[in-house]
Design a binder for this molecule. Sequence first.
Ligand SMILES: CCCCCCCC/C=C\CCCCCCCC(=O)N[C@@H](CO)[C@H](O)/C=C/CCCCCCCCCCCCC
Ligand SMILES: [Ca+2]
Ligand SMILES: [Zn+2]
Length: 266
Amino acid sequence: MAGIFSYESSEVDWCEDNYRHSETVVEFFNTMSNLVFFVVSPMMLYLLHPYARERNLAVHLVWIMMIFVGLFSMYFHMTLSLMGQLLDELSILWVLAAGYSLWFPRRHFPFFIKDRSHFSCVVLGITVITTVSSFFKPVANAYALNCFAIHVVYSVVLEMRICTNPKALRLARQAIGLWVLAICCWISDRFGCSFWQKMNFCYLHAIWHILIVMATAYGTSLLSYLDAHYEIPYSQPALQYWPCESWDLGLPYVVLKGPIKTKKCC
Ligand SMILES: CCCCCCCC/C=C\CCCCCCCC(=O)N[C@@H](CO)[C@H](O)/C=C/CCCCCCCCCCCCC
Ligand SMILES: [Ca+2]
Ligand SMILES: [Zn+2]
């Protein structure tokens, strides 16, 4: 049991040189780049609050859980322990599960699903089974997670085929663009390490952390907008960017321009 906590007990080792910048932190830049989770998550919690308050406060789960993903990812790169790897991957799995339960478009539900609560129960069941399976071949977990990510992108593409809002279409292109850049960095770090070592540039996994957090911010704002558009249309949702609304640059979020049904407490 103690073995899974020991340094370098994971089979996974990223391209960055181990112990190059510190004796206690195995991969320094991969560890520190996770600080982006602690900056972006509270901002997204704040920016999406009006939509969450009107629709369902459970929406906040995604960005609260993202703080834990950042923590576990830091622990993983700091130790490269098997425990760190499992915590990192399982926390991502549960964020994906929360995202699917909240935002997977109702019109794509399989025929046997009655409503969103039924869908969430099925997602919960699949997530529990996947969590148990993840202990059998941990080295395969990241690939399975990337397959889920491809399905998320595919669902977004399907939604965009019927979407006519130019701001939402632009946001979808930005989100998918960020995700493509992120996954190229992840794959290149995994499989092209000898090349990047020759170039003396082993920071692609650290760049992946930053890009995937941004892709998630863009993706979750888009999915929140689509959800509000279909489920609470009276609230007249619209997309905006913080801090640079005029350039459509920064962190995207949903504003509600119509009447609000929930009571304002303060
Ligand atoms: C309709 C479905 C809605 C789903 C909502 C999307 C919720 C976002 C889910 C996950 C957040 C990603 C967090 C990334 C953490 C990175 C930590 C990390 O680097 N881990 C690696 C080890 O250090 C590990 O090898 C990585 C494994 C692969 C992770 C796959 C992440 C999936 C990201 C999905 C992003 C969707 C973007 C949508 C764009 C249109
Ligand atoms: Ca390494
Ligand atoms: Zn990582």
